[in-house]
Design a protein around this ligand. Sequence first.
Ligand SMILES: Nc1nc2c(ncn2[C@@H]2O[C@H](COP(=O)(O)OP(=O)(O)OP(=O)(O)O)[C@@H](O)[C@H]2O)c(=O)[nH]1
Ligand SMILES: [Mg+2]
Length: 341
Amino acid sequence: MSTGKMPPDGAPRRHEPDADTIVGGILGGDRHMLSRAITLIESQKPEHRQKAHEILDRCLKHKSVSIRIGITGSPGAGKSTFIEALGEVIIRSGLSLAVLAIDPSSRQTKGSILGDKARMEKLSGRKEAFIRPSASSGHLGGLSPKTHETIVLCEAAGYDVILVETVGVGQSEVEVDTMVDFILLLMLPGSGDELQGIKRGIMEIADAIAITKSDGAQEGIAQLSKAEFEAALRMLPAKYPFWQRSVFLTSALGGRGIDEVWGNITTFIEEIRRNGLLAENRREQLRNLLYGILEGMLKKEFFSCPDVTKLREGIERQVVSAELSPFTGANRLMEAFTRRR
Ligand SMILES: Nc1nc2c(ncn2[C@@H]2O[C@H](COP(=O)(O)OP(=O)(O)OP(=O)(O)O)[C@@H](O)[C@H]2O)c(=O)[nH]1
Ligand SMILES: [Mg+2]
């Protein structure tokens, strides 16, 4: 191996490009620089966060208006495989795409992340596609302001379509709704009974539903599910006055229904471009990002405040043993925080 890259003392040289170089790279379509910037965003180190924000500030000025789509559904619903098939359709229509596959921390294992990438094997080999599996922590469903910041970077890099894969665990869909323009809900054939519980909330924010794996022995049951979902949608209040939500039968393996779903998405996007909702979405999404970041900062500041740390354990113990009400406990901690220094 050549030693030309090693400094004289033999220690490996750590060449960390500066913010300018990274921004230049991102704007020039260098996916290696894009990956690097995303890693900085995901880092917990303050100096990385600082650099990430410098990069983001500059990228925000350059970003294009992409089509942002959330793909959500239960674990194993077929999201990654669906994205692989949809990605091909998107590329064929002449567009480029970035896929952010968010892995909730509860399933944060190397295996599942690599698995995701393997399921998008064809897509990850395409120059028009950028795939970033990311295991984010702390947020239910894995979505956080960091996901939104990553979307901004991908837009600066010029990707026309951004797909965000999230596992439907209740909270994550609500969060994805604050950063994308269209939400596609993927449901398995025969999952109609899930409509009673938590999934009802998910349906309310979906802009279309695809019944996945509608192939082979599942065909018949998929047909039945389609009718069930259509009936359920009719009972829900409309999300937008101009949009009728559709249910599609799809099979990522056989390519069934994928073109139709893409057609549905592009029709929706054309409509919201025309009626001004897309621009309004972007404003609202930025507003949400502002408060999301601020909330994160406040939380961090609060829990790292020495006065709070000193009192916290004792107050928690008193609350748990019912000596103190949670309200009084919270108030005491807040007082310690606001009177700090
Ligand atoms: N028959 C059939 N099987 C499919 C289809 N799409 C996906 N599968 C299978 O379903 C399984 C799960 O697919 P994934 O794409 O990994 O599902 P996912 O929703 O991304 O899963 P998580 O990310 O783990 O939540 C895999 O074994 C796929 O091969 C399909 O269209 N037809
Ligand atoms: Mg997946």
